[in-house]
Write a protein that binds this ligand. Structure first.
Ligand SMILES: [Zn+2]
Length: 536
């Protein structure tokens, strides 16, 4: 088998303390030698890195690429800064897609309004003949037009919901902003599902996009009915360039009924002969919502609402029961937990499952881990829980400064994303982009936990600088630690003899520059199993 040598650059093997090597040799999809040993073997082909940098390829330990692919069709409202810009784009898209029955898109920045509340009449002014549903960046809130509310029967008389709120105008009528599950589902249950062809095109978009930013594996952390079928169809159509693991969402109302379906889908995916890239090993739980929407579950009340502790998605006893059942069925547990009460309840549930069920290599993950009570910090290491963070979130962006800070006050604001403390305590810290909630580009986010500043370098010295990590630790969190989370750490995430040749070539060395310049680095090539799945 032919051997390719990569030389004349730096090769970083993939753990924060491992020394950078001068060369790497691959053959038959595997790494066969590193450093001097690679230079010593006879190669058939040499690739000149031209001073570039090789790292293990990125792996996205928490993302929603099917949603991202769907959203790529439009309207393109992500990043727009005013209501006028959003309305203009929705109108443009609606005019260009007259046959589309429902316009469903995202994501708008809820911080455009101080309370995050948007009126349906604004959307009515541009589209009134069919339903419009826009997702907020947090994916826990929607802004809809009056036609969407009419089709769903949402009006003044819609009653109180168990998990969710219909925001109302002073006169009691439904305003057009709906928060959390029961409210969002009032509308979304009426929306048509996308066709299978459209779903395959969405995944094709996401897969190509991910290859171009250096990603060779992802976890889809929100799989509802119909989505595993779309992934399997996409895999059978040959459009998936990456390895993908699916996390089925456990719903507090239907998880017992859904478990046989999850087992059946897992078995189908494992049995498919054409499937090389897909697994379905994981169950996703939402413990709570988000701080900026006032729905994260907090131990102490919200600063701006002294009687209110947030909105847990589950009754905690029920979540524990479901975690035990899913763990017993051999699923890895992946829990969204943001508030300190949500995180504590998640750790408690995992602890009970670990003590109740037979031992196995379970690698449970809590994702976001935004506001962690210090008393719970050592429990991650004690119980072997992985902490997965969105690195781009560890800065004082408008979401933090405008939407979150007034809700939790200064003391709790400066107790978020305790990455340094967790790593020093021995916890595995892995990264996920949470795309399309935030950017899918690893190089955009990866250095933010290093400086903990906004792009204009605020605040000086960084936000909570004692919780900053090194750039090497950040790369490890986006490569090796996700491989561990994926049960793949013996196959990829490290560049060493015998490992899969899953790596990226960058045009410069991220360890030898101002961390603020890391987003300017270009991905030159992305390799998976020794094949280039992207070339600049
Ligand atoms: Zn997410």
């Amino acid at each position: 088998m032919s051997v390719t040598l990569f030389t004349n650059g730096s090769v970083w093997p993939g753990t924060s303390k491992s020394p950078v090597q001068k060369a790497m040799a691959i053959s038959g999809g595997k790494i066969v030698a590193m450093g001097e040993a690679a230079l010593a073997i006879s190669s058939d082909k040499t690739l000149d890195l031209q001073g570039g940098f090789i790292s293990p390829a990125f792996a996205d330990g928490h993302a929603h690429p099917l949603f991202g692919g769907r959203q790529s069709f439009g309207p393109q409202i992500t990043g727009l800064e005013t209501i006028e810009e959003i309305l203009a784009e929705v109108k443009r898209f609606a005019d260009a897609n007259k046959d589309l029955e429902w316009i469903i898109g995202g994501t708008y920045d809820p911080a455009i309004d101080p309370n995050g509340n948007f009126d349906a009449t604004l959307l009515d002014s541009v589209v009134s003949d069919r339903p419009v549903v826009l997702n907020a960046m947090d994916f826990h809130t929607i802004w809809v037009n009056s036609e969407a509310m009419k089709r769903a029967g949402v009006d003044t008389f819609t009653g109180e919901l168990e998990i969710g709120t219909v925001v109302r105008r002073p006169d009691g009528s439904a305003m057009g902003t709906l928060r959390e599950w029961d409210a969002v589902n009032l509308i979304m249950d009426k929306a048509p599902l996308p066709s299978m062809d459209r779903e395959i095109r969405a995944l094709e978009y996401s897969s190509k996009r991910y290859a171009s930013v250096g990603i060779t594996w992802w976890l889809d952390a929100w799989v509802d009915r119909g989505m595993a079928e779309a992934y399997l169809a996409a895999e059978e159509a040959g459009v998936l360039l990456q390895g993908v693991n699916l996390a089925f969402r456990a719903d507090p109302r239907s998880w017992e009924k859904d478990l046989p379906y999850f087992l059946e889908q897992r078995a189908l995916i494992e049995a498919s002969k054409k499937n090389k890239n897909l697994t379905a090993k994981t169950i996703k739980f939402f413990a709570d919502g988000v701080i900026e929407g006032g729905t994260a579950a907090l131990l102490e009340p919200y600063t701006n609402d002294p009687c209110y502790h947030g909105m847990p998605v589950w009754k905690w006893e029920e979540m524990t029961k479901a975690v035990i059942a899913m763990d017993r069925a051999g699923f890895q547990i992946h829990i969204h937990a943001i508030g300190d009460a949500g995180i504590r309840a998640s750790i408690d549930a995992l602890e009970v499952a670990i003590k109740t069920n037979p031992s196995w290599d379970r690698r449970p993950t809590i994702v976001h881990v935004q506001l962690l009570d210090p008393a719970d910090l050592p429990r991650f290491t004690e119980l072997g829980i992985i902490a997965n963070f969105g690195p781009l979130w560890t800065r004082q962006d408008p979401m933090q400064a405008v939407s979150s800070a007034p809700r939790i006050g200064p003391e709790r604001t400066d107790r978020q994303y305790l990455m340094r403390s967790l790593i020093d305590n021995g916890t595995r810290v892995a990264f996920g982009s949470d795309w399309p909630v935030t950017s899918e580009i690893p190089l955009e986010g990866i250095a933010v936990p290093v400086h903990r500043q906004t792009p204009d370098r605020k605040p000086e010295g960084g936000w909570m600088p004692h919780e900053a990590i090194t750039i090497q630790e950040a790369f490890q969190a986006y490569t090796h630690e996700v491989a561990f989370q994926a049960f793949e750490d013996k196959n990829w995430g490290t560049l060493a003899e015998g490992f899969n040749a899953d790596f990226i070539i960058l045009d410069s060395n991220p360890f030898e520059m101002d961390p603020h310049d890391v987003p300017k680095i270009k991905v030159v090539q992305t390799y998976r199993n020794g094949e280039a799945i992207y070339s600049q």
